[in-house]
Design a protein around this ligand. Sequence first.
Ligand code: AMP
Length: 391
Amino acid sequence: MTAQDTDKLILTLNAGSSSIKFAVYRAADEPAEVLRGLAEKLGGGDGQLHIHRGDDGKRSIPLGAVDHAGAIDHLIAETTREIGAGTIAGVGHRIAHGGTAFDRPTLLTDTTIADLAKLEPLAPLHQPHNLAAIAAARAAFRDVPQIGCFDTAFHRSHPWVNDTFALPRRFYDDGVRRYGFHGLSYDYITGTLPRVAPDIAHGRVVVCHLGNGASMCAIQDGKSVASTMGFSALDGLPMGTRCGQLDPGVILYLLDAKGMTSAEISTLLYKDSGLKGLSGLSNDMRELEASDAPEARQALAYFTFRIRRELGAMAAVLGGIDGLVFCGGIGENSARVRADVCDGMAWLGIALDAQANAANATNIGTGATRVLVIPTDEERVIARAVAAHLH
Ligand code: AMP
């Protein structure tokens, strides 16, 4: 990359169901962060925009009642005020669903955007916001390349048995597949292993991305072979408000015997279940850890039980494991969840150094299997893809 190239700035936009993370990087082979921020509580009456710039501290701006499109307009205006207009040379977008076709970062054109819009029914809570972000950024930065980075792309390497459901074949051909999500996070972790733990970078690794959304990925030689998430971001582990794995018979029962509509079931499974539903208290792990309520303890117990169950399943898929990695807000910060997951896992070569675990250290294992805490960085993965395009 030339010196001129490194004057170019990259904006990344990561639009979730009620928030938008964003960041600005200086273009380079390894992009350098200039600022990052968060627009949160969107869709309610008290939207907030937070911007962190290096050591200059944090600036918070009330947004009031804004939707995603409105928040993006605000964050673009505030960001260009910070860094100067006309300096953004490329924009990268996190896109929840790339279907079967988008298996790598892709230049967004009218044609590719139309193809992504067709995938909206597969990710109804995320894809429309991603497309709104693309439309707003295209309007604000005309003639600037926009690159889509897909949460599903990392998992396109799954073998067929981990890509299909046992439904009649026409459903698979019609796109009813186990796509898997959180791919940008797994991509970041996989890219970090050669530096942090080179001895396992080509080995058998299970990554637990434990945040408000949560999933696990079995990785062999840097490639995804299995994920706990499937067709939608509901499957697998219980999450802050999502149910995780559920017998499909429950849904038939709710429809037929309880007369619930599909909209009511969707709200139940996406917004009222998981840690929030089980505890009746909160979707926030910090609140559950601080609570003495038996329901909070049971919610925590169910969370770690499911992670342990999936860990055993992934070890079987991989034929053993060489490394276990924790990331995401819970994975990076909750010593208790990590300890509960690893308890009694000596049969997998897993043992924890209690002090290192309590300190959220990088290396927390003492057994033959490496156990690591690696802060994930999806924005950086997006910025790298844009930098590669600008190169
Ligand atoms: P994320 O979606 O990756 O931002 O993660 C959000 C989750 O991380 C929430 O459930 C938080 O309660 C949890 N979290 C953040 N910090 C801590 C902490 N120090 N201890 C336990 N959980 C935490």
